[in-house]
Design a protein around this ligand. Sequence first.
Ligand code: CP
Length: 304
Amino acid sequence: MKHLLGLEGLSAAQLTRLLDAAEGFRGVGVGDVPKRDDLKGKVVVNLFYEASTRTRVSFGLAARRLGADVLDFSPGGSSTSKGETFIDTAKNIEAMGVDMVVVRHSSPGAPHVLAKHLLPHIRVVNAGDGAHEHPTQALLDILTIRKRLGRVAGLTVGLVGDIAHSRVARSNILGLKALGAHVIVCGPTTLVPQEVKSLGVEIANSLDAILPRCDVLNLLRIQFERQRSGLFPSIREYRLLFGMDGDRMTRAKEGVLLLAPGPINRGVEITPDVADGPSSAILDQVTNGLAVRMAVLSELAKAA
Ligand code: CP
């Protein structure tokens, strides 16, 4: 694997290899566990054209714990404001001698463009491209499921919410299906395009109907910044029909695991008591994300 542009096309064996590797990176650089030198002498640039808390910090910390030098780029305060193009910016950063580019961009395919235009030795990691893919988020979601429930194959996973605008949904579907889970996508008809069926998922428009069947519910954020208006009548109605709250918890499958990629809209997709309750693995996901990102960076550094 030379780049990680998405989970599309990755086999169960490749996904399992990354997840197994991530297990070995948990806790690296924490307490008595020493940092590693997998990326010693390498330069990793975080090229983030879109806001991020978890992914950006996680990739930066992961790279440092593996011994890399890390550059952080944001368009604010850069020559992007003077009209410099995405490619020109990337080529100028390339000229400073970077080895890996972690890119987030609102345009689907931006990481693919970099992989095509940058020097062949440079590795590109997709940290989220528009509504297309967010592969490390899906890997950390799947790692969290595997750690909490002991397996992925045979589980029923509900992805709830804004499927149409969600790169997290797409990458989760690809990874979970490859690993043998049954995936139900659930949300208002305006946020669940019928074409998603071609990925082999079941479509549902009632959360209450699927609650008793789901081993895992991944509560996706309503992406107000990507939506046209009018896709559902009101936030109040969305919360009533699709919000995970204490009442729905009593009707969910016993032992249900709750995930949310973050940032969460508290009181919309999930109520605060449920988000902070014992069935929620939201902060475990963040911890697992660090391990996943170390594994990905380490694997790419080894690739010929
Ligand atoms: N889940 C996720 O990608 O969060 P950030 O946007 O904060 O990176």
